[in-house]
Design a protein around this ligand. Structure first.
Ligand SMILES: Nc1ncnc2c1ncn2[C@@H]1O[C@H](COP(=O)(O)OP(=O)(O)OP(=O)(O)O)[C@@H](O)[C@H]1O
Ligand SMILES: [Mg+2]
Length: 243
Protein backbone atom coordinates (compact mmCIF):
# COMPACT_ATOMS: atom_id res chain seq x y z
CA UNK A 1 0.00 0.00 0.00
CA UNK A 2 1.41 3.45 -0.88
CA UNK A 3 2.13 5.79 2.05
CA UNK A 4 0.16 8.62 0.43
CA UNK A 5 -2.84 8.15 -1.82
CA UNK A 6 -4.73 11.02 -3.43
CA UNK A 7 -7.89 9.64 -4.99
CA UNK A 8 -10.09 11.45 -7.52
CA UNK A 9 -9.21 14.94 -6.27
CA UNK A 10 -11.27 17.80 -7.66
CA UNK A 11 -10.62 21.49 -7.03
CA UNK A 12 -12.19 24.40 -8.90
CA UNK A 13 -11.48 28.12 -8.63
CA UNK A 14 -14.55 29.84 -9.98
CA UNK A 15 -15.28 28.02 -13.22
CA UNK A 16 -11.70 26.83 -13.74
CA UNK A 17 -10.79 23.28 -12.74
CA UNK A 18 -7.41 23.31 -11.04
CA UNK A 19 -7.61 19.55 -10.36
CA UNK A 20 -9.80 17.23 -12.35
CA UNK A 21 -10.16 13.74 -10.87
CA UNK A 22 -6.47 13.45 -10.02
CA UNK A 23 -4.96 10.29 -8.53
CA UNK A 24 -1.41 10.52 -7.18
CA UNK A 25 0.42 8.09 -4.91
CA UNK A 26 3.78 8.19 -3.15
CA UNK A 27 5.69 5.31 -1.56
CA UNK A 28 8.02 5.26 1.41
CA UNK A 29 11.68 5.06 0.45
CA UNK A 30 11.06 6.51 -3.01
CA UNK A 31 11.00 9.87 -4.77
CA UNK A 32 7.87 10.45 -6.82
CA UNK A 33 7.88 13.28 -9.35
CA UNK A 34 4.94 15.56 -10.08
CA UNK A 35 5.60 17.60 -13.19
CA UNK A 36 3.72 19.65 -15.75
CA UNK A 37 3.48 23.12 -17.26
CA UNK A 38 2.72 26.30 -15.30
CA UNK A 39 -0.80 26.27 -13.93
CA UNK A 40 -1.12 22.47 -14.25
CA UNK A 41 -2.30 22.08 -10.63
CA UNK A 42 0.88 20.84 -8.91
CA UNK A 43 0.87 23.33 -6.02
CA UNK A 44 -2.90 22.93 -5.70
CA UNK A 45 -2.37 19.21 -5.12
CA UNK A 46 0.23 19.96 -2.42
CA UNK A 47 -2.28 22.31 -0.78
CA UNK A 48 -4.88 19.53 -0.72
CA UNK A 49 -2.41 17.07 0.82
CA UNK A 50 -1.28 19.50 3.52
CA UNK A 51 -4.77 20.83 4.31
CA UNK A 52 -4.41 24.42 3.09
CA UNK A 53 -7.13 23.66 0.54
CA UNK A 54 -10.10 21.32 0.68
CA UNK A 55 -10.99 19.46 -2.50
CA UNK A 56 -14.64 19.62 -3.54
CA UNK A 57 -14.47 15.85 -3.85
CA UNK A 58 -11.91 13.09 -3.57
CA UNK A 59 -9.88 11.82 -0.63
CA UNK A 60 -6.37 12.07 0.76
CA UNK A 61 -5.18 8.94 2.55
CA UNK A 62 -1.98 8.69 4.61
CA UNK A 63 -0.87 5.30 5.89
CA UNK A 64 -4.36 3.91 5.28
CA UNK A 65 -6.09 6.73 7.18
CA UNK A 66 -8.46 9.23 5.52
CA UNK A 67 -7.03 12.67 6.39
CA UNK A 68 -9.07 14.71 3.90
CA UNK A 69 -10.80 16.76 6.59
CA UNK A 70 -7.96 17.09 9.10
CA UNK A 71 -6.46 20.55 9.76
CA UNK A 72 -2.84 21.15 8.66
CA UNK A 73 -1.30 20.87 12.16
CA UNK A 74 -2.76 17.39 12.63
CA UNK A 75 -1.40 16.31 9.26
CA UNK A 76 1.99 17.62 10.32
CA UNK A 77 1.82 15.46 13.46
CA UNK A 78 0.93 12.45 11.33
CA UNK A 79 4.12 12.92 9.33
CA UNK A 80 3.51 15.33 6.44
CA UNK A 81 5.95 18.19 5.88
CA UNK A 82 6.43 20.55 2.96
CA UNK A 83 8.33 23.43 1.44
CA UNK A 84 6.77 26.30 -0.49
CA UNK A 85 7.17 27.42 -4.08
CA UNK A 86 7.37 31.01 -2.88
CA UNK A 87 9.79 30.77 0.02
CA UNK A 88 8.02 31.07 3.36
CA UNK A 89 10.88 31.50 5.81
CA UNK A 90 10.84 33.57 9.02
CA UNK A 91 12.63 36.63 7.68
CA UNK A 92 13.67 38.03 11.06
CA UNK A 93 15.47 34.84 12.11
CA UNK A 94 18.86 33.34 11.33
CA UNK A 95 19.28 30.15 9.32
CA UNK A 96 19.78 28.15 12.52
CA UNK A 97 16.72 29.60 14.24
CA UNK A 98 14.49 29.05 11.19
CA UNK A 99 15.32 25.37 11.46
CA UNK A 100 15.26 25.16 15.25
CA UNK A 101 11.84 26.79 15.63
CA UNK A 102 10.21 23.82 13.89
CA UNK A 103 12.01 21.46 16.26
CA UNK A 104 10.92 23.42 19.32
CA UNK A 105 7.29 23.14 18.24
CA UNK A 106 7.58 19.50 17.19
CA UNK A 107 9.25 18.54 20.47
CA UNK A 108 5.96 19.25 22.27
CA UNK A 109 4.36 16.25 20.61
CA UNK A 110 7.19 14.08 19.26
CA UNK A 111 7.55 10.77 21.10
CA UNK A 112 10.23 9.78 21.78
CA UNK A 113 11.15 13.43 22.35
CA UNK A 114 13.88 14.78 20.08
CA UNK A 115 16.26 17.39 21.49
CA UNK A 116 15.68 20.42 19.21
CA UNK A 117 19.12 21.91 19.77
CA UNK A 118 21.01 18.75 18.82
CA UNK A 119 18.62 17.92 15.99
CA UNK A 120 19.13 21.42 14.53
CA UNK A 121 22.89 20.88 14.37
CA UNK A 122 22.38 17.46 12.75
CA UNK A 123 20.09 18.93 10.09
CA UNK A 124 22.44 21.90 9.46
CA UNK A 125 25.22 19.37 8.83
CA UNK A 126 23.06 17.12 6.66
CA UNK A 127 22.15 20.06 4.42
CA UNK A 128 25.69 21.50 4.43
CA UNK A 129 24.35 24.75 5.89
CA UNK A 130 26.71 24.94 8.87
CA UNK A 131 28.76 27.83 7.42
CA UNK A 132 25.59 29.92 7.04
CA UNK A 133 23.99 28.99 10.37
CA UNK A 134 24.37 32.40 12.02
CA UNK A 135 23.44 34.48 8.99
CA UNK A 136 20.08 36.19 8.68
CA UNK A 137 18.04 34.14 6.29
CA UNK A 138 17.35 37.24 4.16
CA UNK A 139 21.10 37.59 3.45
CA UNK A 140 21.71 34.20 1.86
CA UNK A 141 21.21 33.19 -1.80
CA UNK A 142 17.77 31.81 -2.77
CA UNK A 143 19.18 28.35 -3.46
CA UNK A 144 20.49 28.12 0.09
CA UNK A 145 17.24 29.53 1.49
CA UNK A 146 15.43 26.66 -0.23
CA UNK A 147 17.66 24.24 1.66
CA UNK A 148 16.77 25.99 4.91
CA UNK A 149 13.10 25.30 4.15
CA UNK A 150 13.93 21.64 3.59
CA UNK A 151 15.80 21.64 6.91
CA UNK A 152 12.87 23.18 8.73
CA UNK A 153 10.56 20.55 7.23
CA UNK A 154 12.91 17.72 8.30
CA UNK A 155 12.79 18.86 11.94
CA UNK A 156 9.33 17.31 12.29
CA UNK A 157 10.85 13.93 11.27
CA UNK A 158 8.26 13.51 8.51
CA UNK A 159 7.17 10.29 6.84
CA UNK A 160 6.61 12.24 3.64
CA UNK A 161 8.23 15.42 2.41
CA UNK A 162 6.52 17.52 -0.27
CA UNK A 163 8.99 19.74 -2.12
CA UNK A 164 7.65 22.52 -4.37
CA UNK A 165 10.39 23.53 -6.83
CA UNK A 166 13.27 23.11 -4.37
CA UNK A 167 15.98 23.46 -7.04
CA UNK A 168 14.77 26.85 -8.20
CA UNK A 169 17.57 29.30 -7.39
CA UNK A 170 20.19 26.54 -7.03
CA UNK A 171 22.99 26.42 -9.59
CA UNK A 172 23.92 23.25 -11.47
CA UNK A 173 26.47 21.99 -8.94
CA UNK A 174 24.17 22.74 -6.01
CA UNK A 175 21.30 20.95 -7.75
CA UNK A 176 23.49 17.91 -8.37
CA UNK A 177 24.43 17.75 -4.69
CA UNK A 178 20.80 18.38 -3.72
CA UNK A 179 19.68 15.41 -5.83
CA UNK A 180 22.14 13.18 -3.96
CA UNK A 181 20.76 14.47 -0.66
CA UNK A 182 17.20 13.59 -1.71
CA UNK A 183 18.33 10.08 -2.62
CA UNK A 184 20.00 9.76 0.78
CA UNK A 185 16.81 10.89 2.54
CA UNK A 186 14.67 8.38 0.72
CA UNK A 187 17.23 5.63 1.37
CA UNK A 188 16.53 6.35 5.06
CA UNK A 189 12.87 5.45 4.38
CA UNK A 190 11.15 8.79 3.90
CA UNK A 191 8.75 9.33 0.97
CA UNK A 192 9.37 12.38 -1.19
CA UNK A 193 6.90 13.99 -3.58
CA UNK A 194 8.86 16.32 -5.82
CA UNK A 195 7.44 19.16 -7.90
CA UNK A 196 10.22 20.49 -10.07
CA UNK A 197 10.74 22.14 -13.45
CA UNK A 198 14.39 20.99 -13.56
CA UNK A 199 13.60 17.93 -15.64
CA UNK A 200 17.10 16.46 -15.43
CA UNK A 201 16.85 16.44 -11.63
CA UNK A 202 13.44 14.76 -11.80
CA UNK A 203 14.68 12.14 -14.22
CA UNK A 204 17.78 11.47 -12.12
CA UNK A 205 16.14 10.96 -8.73
CA UNK A 206 12.53 9.86 -9.29
CA UNK A 207 11.47 6.25 -9.55
CA UNK A 208 7.99 7.21 -10.77
CA UNK A 209 6.53 10.39 -12.28
CA UNK A 210 3.02 11.80 -12.59
CA UNK A 211 2.37 14.44 -15.26
CA UNK A 212 -0.40 17.01 -14.91
CA UNK A 213 -1.68 19.40 -17.55
CA UNK A 214 -4.61 21.79 -17.08
CA UNK A 215 -5.59 19.96 -13.88
CA UNK A 216 -5.68 16.47 -15.39
CA UNK A 217 -3.24 13.59 -15.29
CA UNK A 218 -1.93 13.13 -18.81
CA UNK A 219 0.67 10.45 -18.04
CA UNK A 220 2.31 8.45 -15.31
CA UNK A 221 5.24 6.04 -15.42
CA UNK A 222 8.96 5.62 -14.97
CA UNK A 223 11.22 8.52 -16.01
CA UNK A 224 12.13 6.64 -19.22
CA UNK A 225 8.48 6.07 -20.09
CA UNK A 226 7.63 9.72 -19.40
CA UNK A 227 10.50 11.04 -21.53
CA UNK A 228 9.37 8.90 -24.45
CA UNK A 229 5.65 9.67 -24.10
CA UNK A 230 4.47 11.74 -27.10
CA UNK A 231 1.61 13.32 -25.11
CA UNK A 232 4.09 14.58 -22.48
CA UNK A 233 6.55 15.74 -25.13
CA UNK A 234 3.78 17.70 -26.78
CA UNK A 235 2.36 19.26 -23.60
CA UNK A 236 5.54 19.90 -21.63
CA UNK A 237 8.90 18.32 -22.29
CA UNK A 238 8.95 19.12 -25.99
CA UNK A 239 9.29 22.82 -25.19
CA UNK A 240 12.81 22.10 -23.85
CA UNK A 241 13.79 20.42 -27.08
CA UNK A 242 13.02 23.32 -29.44
CA UNK A 243 16.15 24.55 -31.24
N1 LIG B 1 -6.04 30.67 -4.84
C1 LIG B 1 -6.34 30.61 -6.14
N2 LIG B 1 -7.37 31.30 -6.66
C2 LIG B 1 -7.71 31.21 -7.97
N3 LIG B 1 -7.06 30.44 -8.85
C3 LIG B 1 -6.02 29.73 -8.40
C4 LIG B 1 -5.61 29.76 -7.03
N4 LIG B 1 -4.54 28.94 -6.87
C5 LIG B 1 -4.30 28.41 -8.09
N5 LIG B 1 -5.18 28.88 -8.99
C6 LIG B 1 -5.24 28.49 -10.42
O1 LIG B 1 -5.29 27.07 -10.45
C7 LIG B 1 -4.50 26.57 -11.52
C8 LIG B 1 -3.43 25.64 -10.96
O2 LIG B 1 -2.49 26.42 -10.23
P1 LIG B 1 -1.24 25.80 -9.48
O3 LIG B 1 -0.62 26.91 -8.72
O4 LIG B 1 -1.66 24.60 -8.73
O5 LIG B 1 -0.32 25.37 -10.70
P2 LIG B 1 1.16 24.80 -10.72
O6 LIG B 1 1.14 23.52 -11.49
O7 LIG B 1 1.72 24.77 -9.35
O8 LIG B 1 1.92 25.87 -11.62
P3 LIG B 1 3.41 26.49 -11.51
O9 LIG B 1 4.34 25.52 -12.21
O10 LIG B 1 3.32 27.78 -12.26
O11 LIG B 1 3.73 26.68 -10.07
C9 LIG B 1 -3.94 27.78 -12.25
O12 LIG B 1 -4.80 28.09 -13.33
C10 LIG B 1 -3.99 28.88 -11.20
O13 LIG B 1 -4.13 30.14 -11.79
MG1 LIG C 1 3.20 25.70 -8.40
Amino acid sequence: MPLLECQHLNVAFGGAKALNNVDVTADSGAITGLIGPNGAGKTTLFNCVTGLLHPSSGVVVLDGRDITRLPPFKRSRLGIARTFQRLELFSSLTVRDNIRVAGEIASRWQRPRVDPRRETERVLDLLALGHLADRDVTEIPTGMARRVEVGRALMTRPKILLLDEPASGQDEAETEEFGDLLLQLCADGIAILLVEHDVSLVMKVCSYVHVLDFGSTIARGTPNEIQANPVVLDAYLGADQEP
